[in-house]
Design a protein around this ligand. Structure first.
Ligand code: SF4
Length: 613
């Protein structure tokens, strides 16, 4: 960068990528974020950041940023002023009152999400609101709500190093939440924590000393977890007096290790050994992440996993319990603020369908890119093409924004104030470090302006909205913005513990087909990181990864151009051949806009594909 560190203006903030909630210090000069400055006194992570937090801030300064509102006229975007753009948007939203759909990203601040909820559920009377694919974190927290009576995890990040046994389900924290990966590393190497992984593929954390990974067939994780519960009950390893134990025992009677071994491909003895080891540990913490392409059964998965912690009496105990790892920086805030349909409204994918069939008359998308991130890209594109009126607020003219009637230029985390709530339930402040790009406005301003135009109610500033959150969202009660300080505040949680029997979904199989697993490779969701030079330098091309056995059978070598094809579409990708995948599984990262794998995914528990040159 182009300045000595002492010449930089240093602004404390919070990373805007994943839910870990790492604090960082932005180094600013001439209204540009030039670096992040290492500060060992910051946060639970002592200033450590992953590649994204450290090097992927360049999207803030990107020349591709939107700097003025755009209105589509005769099929082409024309630059417009804010007055014209907001007048058009408020008129269209007002006319569609009661049948508006609204999608947002959990990259927005709590205060912006509060205004989002006020505008769409309140002023416009629509329950069709959702964030970042309702199949993911929202569904996990829906499961948590059923198990614990709260959308928050009962455990904290600090529990990772206080436990004796970590059971991580379908995760590679080094990819999804890298600094939590460092925490796991420290737990294993310094505290002697035993690491057990249940996943459809091996990841980097599988290489940690003593780690054992049970690799199951894609889509069979609920059957696997149910079998663990079955063994815990059958072997009398459940704590005494757990309410609902007999009902759960009856409901899971069929999930014997032998039967589940046939479904998951993991040996019955391995399932029994893991169940016994988990139950015997003095303290045991389960980590359940999203961001790995979970396909539709997350609420059930969260309940199945919660059963293990409840059966063994691990809720509310230090170093034990369940940590749900929200994908985005403010996934937890979005859950806390109710950014999902509550009263029978449409969920994310159904909102897009509704825009195509007329059920949704006006669609507002804030910071989300469903064309790339939702399953079945062609279907999403066709729906947006058909939609009556689409508004997108974003930093960039994304693949989704191309379909919009109005595009509103929004700002990044470095250009605004507000709060995010992390995986560990910590509410932390971000601080404005640079002026907005061009005429861009924060989503706070955009949503506040629209709400004022439609309801007459205008909020003053971030502190006022935070005060209203503290007054209306029970977990935030008593908090003030000024009281958060540098450390932030950890929200209290008082989890109940209710066993819920859930059935494992049927998993399709077909001769000659492979099961497609999608997930993250360095980038996170890609909405921001693809505009950063750092990650693009390390991992710039979309690829599909095959096991050595499948590659040999299909005569595919590393670097070959291959086609991955399903019933809904096909995509050409570069082949990667690796040791971590079992035969019968193909993996592809989901965040590349070109050659995107969501051309192939269909939203089912498992997408079956053929792969060839
Ligand atoms: Fe940012 Fe997550 Fe990396 Fe921390 S772990 S620096 S929050 S992307």
């Amino acid at each position: 960068f182009k300045a000595r560190w002492w010449a930089l203006n240093k602004v404390k903030s919070v990373c805007s990528y994943c839910g870990t909630g790492c604090q960082l210090t932005l180094g600013v000069k001439d209204n540009k974020v030039l670096t992040t400055v290492y500060d060992e006194n910051q946060g639970f992570h002592n200033g450590q950041l992953c590649t994204r937090g450290r090097f992927a801030y360049q999207f803030v300064n990107s020349d591709n940023r939107l700097t003025t509102p755009l209105i589509k006229k005769n099929g082409k975007f024309v630059e417009a002023g804010w007055d014209e753009a907001l007048k058009l948007v408020s008129e269209k939203l007002g006319a569609a009152k009661g049948s508006v759909g609204a999608l947002t990203t959990a990259h927005l601040t709590n205060e912006e999400l509060f205004l989002f909820e006020k505008l769409f559920r309140g002023t416009l009377g629509s329950d069709n609101i959702d964030h970042s694919a309702g199949y993911a974190h929202a569904a996990l927290t829906e499961g948590a709500q059923k198990a614990f009576g709260t959308v928050t995890s009962p455990s904290e990040i600090a529990d990772i190093q206080k436990t004796n046994l970590l059971l991580v389900i379908k995760t590679d924290a080094y990819e999804t939440h890298p600094v939590l990966g460092f925490e796991i590393n420290l737990g294993v190497k310094r505290q002697g924590v035993s690491l057990r992984i249940v996943s459809d593929k091996k990841g980097k954390i599988s290489r940690l000393p003593g780690a054992k990974t049970s690799v199951h067939k894609p889509g069979t994780e609920i059957a696997f977890v149910n079998a663990l519960a079955n063994v815990i009950i059958a072997e009398n390893l459940a704590v005494a007096g757990v309410a609902g134990l007999d009902q759960l025992k009856a409901a899971l009677a069929d999930y014997t290790p032998e039967k589940v071994a046939a479904v998951t491909g993991v040996a019955a003895e391995e399932i029994v050994a893991l169940a016994k080891e988990y139950a015997a540990a003095e303290k045991a913490l389960i980590m359940l992440p999203i961001g790995l392409g979970y396909p539709g059964h997350d609420a059930a998965l969260a309940q199945a996993v919660a059963n293990l912690a409840i059966l063994t009496g691990r809720i509310g105990k230090e170093g034990s319990g369940l940590l749900i790892m929200g994908e985005k920086n403010n996934s937890q805030g979005a859950a806390d603020l109710g950014i999902y349909p509550k009263n029978g409204g449409l969920k994310g994918a159904a909102i897009i369908d509704g825009a195509a069939n007329g059920q949704v008359k006006a669609l507002f998308i804030a910071g989300e890119n469903p064309v790339v991130s939702y399953p079945n890209r062609k279907k999403v594109e066709a729906a947006l093409e058909k939609a009556e009126f689409v508004v997108v607020s974003d930093l960039f003219l994304t693949e989704t924004a191309q379909f919009a009637d109005v595009v509103l230029p929004a700002v990044s985390f470095a250009e605004k104030n507000g709060t995010f709530t992390s995986v560990g339930r910590r509410v932390q402040q971000i601080n404005k470090a640079v002026k907005p790009a061009g005429l861009a406005k924060s989503d706070f301003e955009i949503l506040n302006d629209l709400n004022a135009a439609l309801s007459g109610k205008r909020y003053g500033n971030v502190a006022e909205v935070f005060g209203e959150i503290a007054a209306t969202v029970p977990a935030y009660q008593g908090l003030t913005l000024s009281g958060l300080g540098d450390e932030g505040a950890v929200l209290p949680v008082a989890p109940a513990a209710k066993l819920n029997a859930v059935a494992a979904p049927a998993v399709p199989a077909a001769a000659g087909k492979l099961a497609l697993v999608t997930g993250s490779a360095l980038y996170h969701s890609g909405t921001l990181s693809r505009f950063g030079e750092g990650p693009m330098y390390v991992c710039g091309d979309a690829y599909a990864e095959l096991s050595e056995a499948d590659a040999k059978a299909l005569k595919i070598e590393e670097g070959d151009a291959i086609t991955v094809k399903s019933d809904v579409g096909s995509v050409s990708l570069k082949a990667k051949v690796g040791k971590r995948l079992p035969a019968g599984v193909v993996f592809a990262p989901y965040h590349f806009a070109d050659a995107s794998i969501n051309t192939v995914t269909d939203g089912a528990a498992v997408t079956l594909v053929t792969v060839g040159k």
